[in-house]
Design a protein around this ligand. Structure first.
Ligand SMILES: NC(=O)c1ccc[n+]([C@@H]2O[C@H](COP(=O)([O-])OP(=O)(O)OC[C@H]3O[C@@H](n4cnc5c(N)ncnc54)[C@H](O)[C@@H]3O)[C@@H](O)[C@H]2O)c1
Length: 315
């Protein structure tokens, strides 16, 4: 029986980078949090500090299998997010996005929960529209190395909207752009973690291509704030809504910032671009600004410093 004022919230992928911060934030708001994770890329250390909080519960479970739990809200974050992890077992990646979405939507339908999908800017593929508004349908290669992730996430979005149309489910879809912060996997091959680890070790910093390709980087606390605002928004606001930081940097600028903050002796070296690597990626966030009153607040230098402190603690 429920004996507190908070909501019962299920977070799939709760032991991952974003999920662990989301669990933490929901607990500070006094909600009951059920973290479901198969620990594929998630780590126990990400949630170790939450384990003795009575409102927190962890369940080892793979969301490609059905789950029953009495909850009020579901944040569906389970899915490896970095190319080296999602390309390691691409069939499982698609299954996690597609079967996982079906299972979580089925659960939401059964217990009448509100459900939020962690979608991605990758659904825009290699965009020919810049920056990308939610109305842009994307330019995605269906048969490339990234397709298991991109197309899996696109299909999950389709399923969310079909559950809305067919079953009148309360759905929310967030298209998350590059997010960084403490508890990112140090060896996940993502650009921020790569650069910081290389700079801390004074290794060469690897820039793919000429470094002119741009990315926008959102600090994790800002992103979590956006997810919670989206979940709390009126039922008729479903998204998809872009959540990310529109401030754009070239990859080369990012490398230089990391070197300067750390005071590293690293040199920048250049390697060929991997296939399907998007040249530009920038969120258009006017929808989130208007309907969620949300925009990122933490500047890149401040976020990088906090992230660097975390990576230093791992050394
Ligand atoms: N971090 C970003 O920049 C970013 C950008 C866009 C979208 N996203 C999305 O946000 C979500 C979280 O990303 P993240 O950066 O925290 O990644 P992450 O890899 O740190 O977290 C994903 C979590 O899901 C778990 N997981 C994977 N497959 C599962 C399965 N079948 N069953 C149960 N758990 C499973 C992993 O163990 C891990 O804890 C993902 O859905 C990702 O696609 C993240």
């Amino acid at each position: 029986m429920k004996n507190y004022s908070g909501k019962r919230v299920l977070v799939t992928g709760g032991a991952g980078f974003l999920g662990s911060h989301l669990c933490e934030r929901l607990l500070t708001e006094k909600h009951e949090v059920l973290c479901v994770d198969n620990f594929y890329t998630g780590r126990r250390t990400n949630i170790a500090h939450l384990l003795n909080i009575p409102l927190f519960e962890i369940m080892r479970h793979d969301i490609t299998f059905p789950l029953y739990a009495e909850v009020d809200e579901i944040y569906n974050l389970a899915c490896p997010a970095s190319p080296i992890h999602y390309q390691f077992d691409p069939v499982q990646t698609t299954k996690t996005s597609v079967h996982g979405a079906i299972n979580m939507l089925g659960l939401a339908k059964r217990v009448k929960a509100k459900i939020l999908q962690a979608s991605t800017s990758e659904i825009y593929g290699d965009p020919v529209v810049h920056p990308q508004p939610e109305t842009y349908w994307g330019n995605v290669n269906p048969v490339g190395l990234r397709s298991c992730y991109d197309e899996g996430k696109r299909c999950a979005e389709t399923l969310f909207f079909d559950y809305l149309r067919q079953h009148n489910l309360r759905i929310k879809v967030a298209r998350i752009f590059n997010t960084y912060g403490p508890r990112m996997h140090p060896n996940d091959g993502r650009v921020v973690s790569n650069f910081i680890m290389q700079a801390l070790r004074a290794d060469d910093i690897t820039v793919y291509g000429d470094g002119s390709q741009t990315r926008s980087f959102c600090y994790v606390d800002d992103l979590v704030d956006g997810l919670i605002r989206l979940m709390d928004s009126p039922d008729d606001f479903t998204g998809p809504v872009n959540l990310g930081n529109p401030v754009e940097f070239s990859i080369l600028e990012l490398a230089e910032k990391v070197i300067n903050i750390i005071g590293s002796k690293s040199k920048i070296i250049f390697k060929p671009l991997p296939s399907d690597d998007p040249k530009q990626r920038q969120p258009e966030i006017s929808l989130a600004q208007k309907f969620l009153k949300w925009e990122p607040r933490i500047p890149i230098d401040e976020g990088l410093k906090k992230t660097i402190v975390y990576f230093e603690s791992l050394q």
